[in-house]
Design a protein around this ligand. Sequence first.
Ligand SMILES: [Fe+2]
Ligand SMILES: [Fe+2]
Length: 206
Amino acid sequence: MTIEEMRALLQQSLKPKRYEHSLRVYETALQMAKHYHAEEQKVALAALLHDCGRQVSKEASAAKAEELGIAVDAVEKAQPILLHAKLGVYYAVHKYGVSPDDREVLDAIRYHSTGTADMTETAKIVFLADLIEPGRDFAGVEDIREASWQDLDRGMLLSYDNTIRYLLEDGLLIHPDAIAGYNQLAAKYLMAHNEQNKSEKNKKKN
Ligand SMILES: [Fe+2]
Ligand SMILES: [Fe+2]
């Protein structure tokens, strides 16, 4: 299936608002892929299809996942909207013709909502493009936008920080994949910060 055919099928499958959001994520992700010299085709495919699982309503998603043999974890059970990521992987393969071996594209779809540790560049770009596309307007989005164009990991860390705060404020659950992603990047920047302090102290000694 060509990307134009996918786009037409996506338009038939999603509500107009969700489809338009998908196009903006696609455009934003492509710009980011160029900026970071990432794999444009993988990014384009994953970005366009990232929300294709939204063809199933939140209410119907747990039953649909069960019907398709998709494992539902405790957090997804409590917040079934998260399931659109796993459902999206299913539709990407069975409806849009993405190869089941294309881990790069499928993992970017799978983790676009929660994030996780050890994400590929493609997955980080799709995750961030989803948050910063021009239609997004939430407290803190400008900081995430700015960081995302400077350093993908900085953008990711700010995104986890923002999302986790919002989830706590609203009394919602935090998916373990999001915590794993946050911890990995927080550790990276904490260690870099400690190293910097050490070398500054050494400079003063000498
Ligand atoms: Fe999504
Ligand atoms: Fe999205």
